[in-house]
Design a binder for this molecule. Structure first.
Ligand code: ATP
Ligand code: MG
Length: 897
């Protein structure tokens, strides 16, 4: 079976068991502070497990794109070295939300593997949770008994908490699990060593393919386990591992999922791929590099397609580091000195067409972003190599090749690169430690690894302290199973109750987070900021809401204190002014988006937006600067739509497919439910999927004004604009500015004309001055030449002159050199009270007499309390004390005696 057939068979199988096929969630996680990237199929269902949202169907199945490069599940260091851990991989899964449990899950997984995929039973091993006394968890005998119906008892193995109790992160849903492993070793090896001893023992031919998790608990902050409201099934099977097993390969990279990519890399690098190379073999490094490239391009491309651009902090930095890891292999091991990694994007996009179409739709954009990163990193790589050479040169007493000021900080011991230098190379120049070690080895040097680790640890501790957030457990006030109701589309004031709250401390500041059963507060999302406002209690307590955010299915209100009577009914009131101007900016963003598609083309896609009460910011994919004419055109269209006063059409429950067919604008990297909200301003103009709040009619926007256009990243531009009162104020200020200029110019009829005339006059005057100076200096030159006195065969001139600027002095000096042979010239000037000295020495004197203008001018400058320098034949100095000029001229002679 091909990979495509294998994926389809999985989804078909679970469809036949009553499951609904749902789309993969984006790989970049929004609305969950405990997670950066999707690391398992269950992430997108977390709120269902926690009872915070209702499922679409009690049985679903999908293939989810996952990324395991940070947090609890991080496989990055394994990737490329082993044959079965990837950064990005597909996880096939089936779920039961409070529906079937262990019996069906186990029966069906066995049926699928042995009857549909026809995997040999004697190569399969299954595990069950052995229990954990510390946690008070019992042995999962139920699972054992269920497996016994199908599997030989010698193939049913107990597993400890590490392998058989699955947890998503430090907190969150979890439960015992049962894994299925596959023994892919040849028969003779299998006869010698019992496969059961190799399960969960990091053997690269005895690998886990599927994990069935029985979700029953929620792990709390204090690490205790709280039973979930319902019991669920959550399974995950690594697609690439399944394909490898099905295709009888010994490495995931030998399947049709990776081979096209590997062969492309091999061909372009002129090397061949040896799948079975071992560490130490000559082609081992090449094999690792090819695996790394073919793997990492998937992680990077999907992260970018789902909205996470490489950046210098947080999730963006994780992506940048993976990208650099790949580029380093491509440059150093495979020998690509020019950007190459980005060229893998079209191939990948083609491969995932029909599976994850997000990538194909944005392939040019994704490739461009990667190319730009690659170019920048290749530059730092070579810069890093230069610095590396400097560091080693210091010890060798070598010459000082400056590296931009950092040089002085480097230190080297005897053939050892100090830890903090290795750390600086890695931290500032993205120069991986293993590369530093390798290059050191090539020079016969070593790296102080302990010192490096200490520096790394120090930085980690520092950044952890800066970002540490201590989140307490929820304290329940009111039992509530229902999802939280958002009333803010219809009203800004709602009577509500607190369901629960918790305390959060960050950077020494304490805050509270409150969840209400109903709320008019809009939680930050889709670029629109969270509402601010008040919670008013019957006893007079007023609690200010400083921000509102989403967390999974919850709407969380941020406050600085708690009410004294949290059980009481309260009135939640949104700050109306802030909300109104935010709505104006949000609707304007939709109009802007539509106008841009008209003016710039349909390739314009939203890449991020911010809408608050002050302004709006819109990032979009576009490869060129937006010209002034285009900006004017866009502005005109938007303002026309504002004047048309188009009423808002809001449809809250449109089936997703229906909405897409009707031509709405959906965004990449957003997770949409089965039913979506469609916001329309004129059926033929702007139709977007949007959860935000909007004006009732476009006229409320008043006026729209673009104030800035700039670049934010490769292929991404940004427009900033304002509306309503802010736009009016802006125009008033601009008008005032023009008025001020007019007054300065004495109210001419045509400002442009009179400024042009001023500039012209200024130019003319400048030229006249230049001419006058030139005339003066040529007269001066002749006068000075006459004053030359001969001392020991040198024509010596030391004079005080009056010239308007340094250029003029230089001019005169050079002219004199041409007409006076064997010249030693010293000129003293004073401009605006500042003394200056110039020394010019004929080149033959420099050579023959060893005279040096630079040294001399520095010596003379002491008389005027100053300093300077230059070349051996021409140098200048400035100073503070003009009374010293005469002394300096007098002193000059001493250099000739
Ligand atoms: P392993 O012990 O092999 O790292 P795991 O215990 O981390 O696996 P789970 O968290 O249970 O795996 O994930 C479910 C399935 O996803 C695994 O059975 C495996 O098939 C697949 N899987 C996990 N991590 C990776 C990865 N980094 N690359 C590819 N597939 C993976
Ligand atoms: Mg793992």
């Amino acid at each position: 079976m091909t990979a495509t057939e294998i994926r389809k068979a999985f989804l078909d199988f679970f469809t036949s068991k009553g499951h609904l096929v749902v789309p993969s969630a984006p790989i970049v996680v929004k609305n969950d502070p405990t997670l950066m990237f999707t690391n398992a199929g269950m992430n997108q269902f977390k709120d269902i497990f926690l009872g915070e949202a209702a499922p679409k169907s009690s049985r679903v199945t999908d293939t989810q794109r996952c990324l395991r490069v940070s947090g609890k599940h991080n496989d990055l260091e394994e990737v490329g070295i082993d044959t079965y851990h990837h950064t990005m991989f597909e996880m096939l899964g089936n779920w039961s939300f409070g529906d079937y449990f262990k019996k069906e899950a186990i029966t069906w997984s066995w049926e699928l593997l042995t009857e549909v995929y026809k995997l040999p039973k004697d190569r399969l091993y299954v595990t069950y949770f052995e229990g954990d006394t510390k946690e008070g968890l019992e042995t999962d005998t139920e699972t054992y008994e269920l497996w016994k119906q199908y599997v030989d008892e010698a193939h049913i193995l107990p597993g400890n908490k590490k392998d058989n109790f699955w947890e998503m992160g430090e907190t969150g849903p979890c439960g015992p699990c049962s894994e299925i492993h596959y023994d892919g070793r040849p028969d003779n090896e299998r006869a010698q060593v019992n496969g059961a001893t190799l399960v969960n023992a990091d053997h690269d031919q005895v690998i886990e393919i599927w994990n069935n998790v029985f979700m029953q608990f929620n792990r709390l902050k204090d690490s205790s386990l709280q039973p979930l409201p319902n019991k669920h099934v959550d399974t995950g099977m690594g697609f690439e591992r399944l394909v490898r097993v099905m295709q009888g390969k010994t490495s995931n990279y030998d399947t049709d999922v990776f081979q096209p990519m590997i062969q492309f890399i091999a061909a372009k690098s002129g090397k061949s791929y040896n799948s079975v190379a071992k560490p130490g073999d000559t082609d081992w490094n090449d094999a690792v590099a090819m695996r790394v490239l073919s793997d990492h391009i998937r992680a990077i491309s999907f992260a970018i397609a789902d909205g996470q651009l490489p950046a210098s902090n947080k999730a963006g930095y994780v992506i940048r580091r993976i990208l650099r890891r790949a580029v380093r292999y491509s440059y150093q091991t495979l020998g690509f000195k020019e950007p190459f990694f980005n060229q893998l994007v079209p191939l990948l996009a083609e491969q995932f067409k029909g599976v994850f179409d997000e990538l194909y739709a944005q392939k040019d954009f994704v490739q461009k972003v990667i190319l730009e990163e690659e170019v920048a990193f290749l530059r730092t790589l070579s810069k890093g190599i230069e610095i590396f050479n400097n560091i080693t040169a210091i010890y060798n007493g070598g010459t000082t090749i400056l590296d931009g000021g950092n040089f002085v900080n480097h230190e080297a011991g005897k053939n050892v690169i100090k830890g903090k230098d290795a750390f600086e190379l890695s931290d500032t120049y993205g120069f991986p430690i293993d590369l530093t070690e390798l290059m050191a080895r090539e020079k016969g040097w070593s790296v102080d690894i302990d010192g490096f680790n200490a520096a790394l640890q120090e930085q980690k501790t520092r950044s952890r302290a800066a970002t540490a957030i201590d989140t307490g457990d929820w304290i329940m006030i009111k039992d509530e199973d229902e999802a939280v109701e958002f009333t803010g589309y219809d009203e800004t004031e709602t009577i509500a109750h607190i369901i629960k709250y918790r305390k959060v401390s960050a950077k020494g500041k304490e805050q509270y987070q409150i969840v209400l059963d109903k709320t008019p507060f809009y939680a930050e999302s889709g670029g629109q900021v969270g509402d601010k406002g008040e919670l008013i209690f019957p006893n007079g307590d007023i609690i200010y809401v400083t921000d509102t955010k989403k967390e999974n299915g919850l709407i969380v209100h941020f406050t600085d204190k708690l009410p004294s009577t949290p059980e009481d009914a309260l009135t939640a009131i949104v700050d109306p002014q802030k909300r109104n101007s935010t709505e104006g900016n949000h609707t304007a963003t939709h109009l802007l988006h539509a106008a841009m598609k008209q003016v710039l083309g349909s390739h314009v896609n939203q890449k991020g937006s911010l809408v608050n009460s002050d302004y709006l910011r819109f990032d979009f994919s576009h490869f060129a600067k937006v010209t002034d004419e285009e900006l004017a055109q866009i502005e005109t269209i938007v303002n026309q739509k504002v004047r048309e006063n188009i009423p808002l059409k809001e449809e809250r429950m449109v089936a997703y497919q229906e909405a897409i067919t009707s031509g709405v604008t959906a965004l990449f990297g957003e997770k949409y439910g089965e039913y979506v909200r469609v916001i329309t301003f004129d059926d033929n103009f702007s139709k977007e999927l949007c959860g935000g709040t909007h004006v009732k009619a476009t006229g409320q926007i008043g006026y729209f004004k673009i104030v800035a256009e700039s670049a934010v990243a490769a292929g991404v531009r940004r427009i900033e604009a304002i509306t309503g009162v802010a736009a009016e104020n802006y125009i008033n200020e601009q008008t005032k500015l023009v008025q001020g200029v007019k007054e300065l110019l004495k109210n001419p009829k045509d400002i442009n004309k009179s400024i042009e005339a001023l500039l012209e006059e200024n130019n003319r005057l400048k030229k006249e001055i230049e001419k006058a100076v030139l005339e003066k200096s040529s007269g001066l030159k002749d006068e000075l030449a006459k004053k030359a006195t001969e001392i020991n065969g040198v024509n010596f001139i030391a004079e005080r002159v009056e010239l308007p600027n340094a250029d003029a002095v230089k001019n005169v000096s050079y002219q004199l050199k041409d007409i006076v042979p064997n010249l030693f010239l010293v000129l003293a000037t004073e401009n605006d009270g500042k003394p200056g000295l110039t020394v010019m020495i004929a080149e033959n004197l420099v050579k023959e007499k060893g005279l040096n203008a630079g040294t001399i001018v520095r010596e003379l400058a002491k008389e005027i309390q100053g300093g300077g320098g230059g070349q051996p034949f021409y140098a200048t100095a400035g100073g503070k004390d003009a009374t010293g000029l005469e002394r300096a001229l007098e002193k000059a002679k001493s250099f000739l005696s």
